[in-house]
Design a protein around this ligand. Structure first.
Ligand SMILES: Cc1cc2nc3c(=O)[nH]c(=O)nc-3n(C[C@H](O)[C@H](O)[C@H](O)COP(=O)(O)OP(=O)(O)OC[C@H]3O[C@@H](n4cnc5c(N)ncnc54)[C@H](O)[C@@H]3O)c2cc1C
Length: 395
């Protein structure tokens, strides 16, 4: 079977990291996945072990508490975890891509010193609150507002957020929230909302983490609506420049999509491995079902989807590492990866027959979990919009 470790573009160190995380996934994460999925609980003990392995610090320099590796390494870790448990993988992906990365890129020295050490060690988790009831794909429609209280040298934030990953765990330390801070005249002369980002520490008065959603999948991953009522944060909690919130989160999302695509690739790979094993073991009409050409071809097609998805995220991640533009490549990877995971989850469940409908089998969990891979961090249609614009077409 073609595997990620055979890629000729990976370094020996990256190959080794991938093998270590794969082993951790098989020995620690996979055996507990059904239990935690049923309990709908994020296993902090597993997050702690991931922290000890250094996974949350992978793409960051050593001098800020990171592991001194790169974005390819992070994606390899996310892919290896998603093979067996997408919820655990997205806790890492969102924790790093949405939680840590904006603070690392746009934070002041004081903000970095306060938040990054615990986040990079996996002792704490950070979240990114962008989506609102009326602002999902159209994030520019944000209604949450922040007004300056000059006398108190504070910002006062009011509004609400939807679907915020890692926002309500016992170790969540900080949530980056986007809010409208005024209006600005854009280059085309139109007046547009000015968006800025703020660091809201967990437990700040006025911030309410509402109860978890009843989700179709990703049961172990922590996702909540948030309400913000007169939330006061010091002026020093503005993250990045005032009015740069929109540009900063677009960058965070572009980059995050690459790791999200690696997550989808891992899911597609997990489905392939499970279905291949089952196709060899399960005997019907006196022979292994894998000896039927239809099932063999289905598995061959699943392999082709995994390989294509992997090449796409790898190309985007390598461009990120080499400082090249990667926006369109990240969208292609997100699009191809999400569709590969959904298709492989459907095919793997079919190969499992009735047993593919039982939650105790990983393919059933992948079937439920994979749908969000076509929606989260920009829907399939949003990726198509980005790619159509890249082709010079209005969309
Ligand atoms: C489990 C989970 C975790 C999440 N984690 C986070 C998080 O940590 N932080 C965060 O900020 N958000 C998070 N989200 C939110 C997620 O990013 C949004 O759900 C997603 O961006 C889509 O927004 P929406 O749900 O409002 O859909 P909408 O924007 O309402 O879109 C509805 C449908 O219309 C389509 N559509 C919209 N406009 C167009 C158009 N112009 N052309 C064609 N089709 C269009 C969309 O593609 C979609 O199919 C999470 C969501 C989930 C479910």
């Amino acid at each position: 079977m073609i595997s990620e470790t055979q890629s000729t573009v990976l370094t020996d160190e990256q190959r080794k990291l991938s093998a270590v995380v794969r082993e951790f996934a098989d020995q620690v994460v996979a055996p507990a996945a059904y239990k935690y999925d049923t309990e709908r609980r994020l296993p902090l003990e597993i997050i702690g072990q991931m922290g000890e392995l250094g996974l949350f610090g992978l793409p960051f320099p050593v001098d800020v508490g990171g592991q001194g590796k790169d974005y390819v390494s992070l994606c390899l870790a996310v892919e290896a975890l998603a093979r067996v448990d997408q919820s655990i993988a997205v806790t890492l992906e969102a924790g790093v891509g949405l939680g840590i990365m904006p603070i690392f890129r746009h934070g002041t020295d004081a903000q970095k010193q306060r938040w990054l050490p615990d986040l990079m060690a996996g002792r704490a988790l950070a979240a990114f609150g962008l989506t609102e009831a009326a602002a999902g794909s159209d994030a520019g429609a944000t209604r949450t507002s922040a007004r300056r209280d000059d006398a108190a040298d504070e910002w006062v934030i009011d509004g609400s957020k939807q679907f915020i990953t890692n926002s309500g765990t016992p170790i969540t330390s900080v949530i980056t929230v986007t809010a409208v801070t005024g209006r600005r005249r854009a280059e085309d002369g139109t007046e547009q909302p000015e968006l800025s980002s703020f660091l809201v520490p967990a437990g700040t008065p006025g911030l309410t983490v509402e109860p978890s959603y009843d989700k179709v999948g990703w049961h172990t991953s922590d996702t909540h609506p948030l309400s913000l009522r007169g939330v006061r944060v010091p002026a020093g909690n503005l993250l990045g420049e005032r009015g740069r919130g929109y540009a900063n989160f677009l960058r965070a999302l572009d980059e995050g999509r690459i790791a999200f695509a690696a997550l989808a690739t891992g899911a597609a790979q997990g489905c392939l491995e499970e279905a291949l094993r089952y196709a060899k073991e399960r005997h019907v009409f006196g022979h292994a079902i894998g000896s039927n050409q239809h099932i063999a071809f289905t598995l061959a097609r699943m392999q082709a989807r995994v390989h294509s998805a992997r090449l796409c995220w790898l190309d985007a991640a390598l461009k990120q590492v080499h400082g090249k533009p990667f926006k369109a490549e990240a969208s292609v990877a997100k699009l191809v990866g999400g569709e590969a995971a959904m298709a492989n989850a459907r095919d793997a469940s079919q190969i499992f027959g009735g047993y593919g409908f039982l939650n105790e089998n990983a393919v059933a969990r992948h079937y439920r979990d994979s749908k969000i891979l076509e929606v989260g961090e920009g829907t399939t249609e949003v990726q198509l919009m980005i790619l159509a614009r890249d082709l010079g077409l209005a969309s």
